[in-house]
Write a protein that binds this ligand. Sequence first.
Ligand SMILES: Cc1cc2nc3c(=O)[nH]c(=O)nc-3n(C[C@H](O)[C@H](O)[C@H](O)COP(=O)(O)OP(=O)(O)OC[C@H]3O[C@@H](n4cnc5c(N)ncnc54)[C@H](O)[C@@H]3O)c2cc1C
Length: 233
Amino acid sequence: MKVTPVSTTAVIGFPEGIDWDATPDSPERAVTDADFVGEFAGRACYKSWSKPNPATAANSDYLANIIRQGHFSVLEHASASFYVEGVSRALLLELERHRFLSFSVESQRYVDQTKSHPEPVIPPAMRDNAKLTRDFQIEYRCALDAYRAYVSMLEGQGFSRKQAREAARGVLPNATPVDFLVTGNLRAWRDVLGKRHHMAADAEIREFAGLVLGHLRNIAPNSVQDIPEKPYE
Ligand SMILES: Cc1cc2nc3c(=O)[nH]c(=O)nc-3n(C[C@H](O)[C@H](O)[C@H](O)COP(=O)(O)OP(=O)(O)OC[C@H]3O[C@@H](n4cnc5c(N)ncnc54)[C@H](O)[C@@H]3O)c2cc1C
């Protein structure tokens, strides 16, 4: 499984006339842009630019307070996109249930699955067992053989390649890998982590959540400061 950060929110301007030294070289901006935008959004609500309260003067303290109060909408202004490779279609199905995430997913109607995904995603419970892993790979390759045969039969009957692949993909299992780009704002990612960075979650999506959390610790560390390293129980 690979989860690569592709983009995040960038601060590109600052309104004139606001009593807050947030010019690019100021100490106020010595935080990530994604964390900065959250604080900006919160301060915009109360016009508390000049920061009279020392307890929430620093970005980390400000966002800790926002999180404590559940004032989560301010975390919707910054987002993070990840390109995800080599996860199972089962994981994608679960992740897509999170309605505030946006997806661009490799199409099984257009992409030849035998070429793009010759090997299955081995479920975490089987990874350390060489025999189970081998059996699982053999069964997956059988499914790919069936897929290839259906594509060829249907093309032989005059169906287009796209029509043949869209029919043949029905024989592929949940462990078929899939690659996609997924974007969420920080509130949405926090919500996903609350449910999937959790011991009750499926093992593969829990692994995915751990990788996302690791990236968010770089992209917006103060916005995820309350999320523990170990999955929730
Ligand atoms: C351990 C685990 C097991 C699961 N098992 C199953 C299963 O067996 N079968 C199954 O179908 N699903 C299952 N799910 C999926 C689960 O039901 C949710 O679909 C998924 O976790 C996304 O959560 P969500 O709807 O809260 O997220 P989002 O869609 O991201 O929504 C976030 C929040 O927005 C609010 N919201 C969004 N839409 C609405 C709405 N229409 N009405 C009111 N409030 C809304 C809610 O507060 C919601 O929590 C499981 C999830 C987990 C974590």
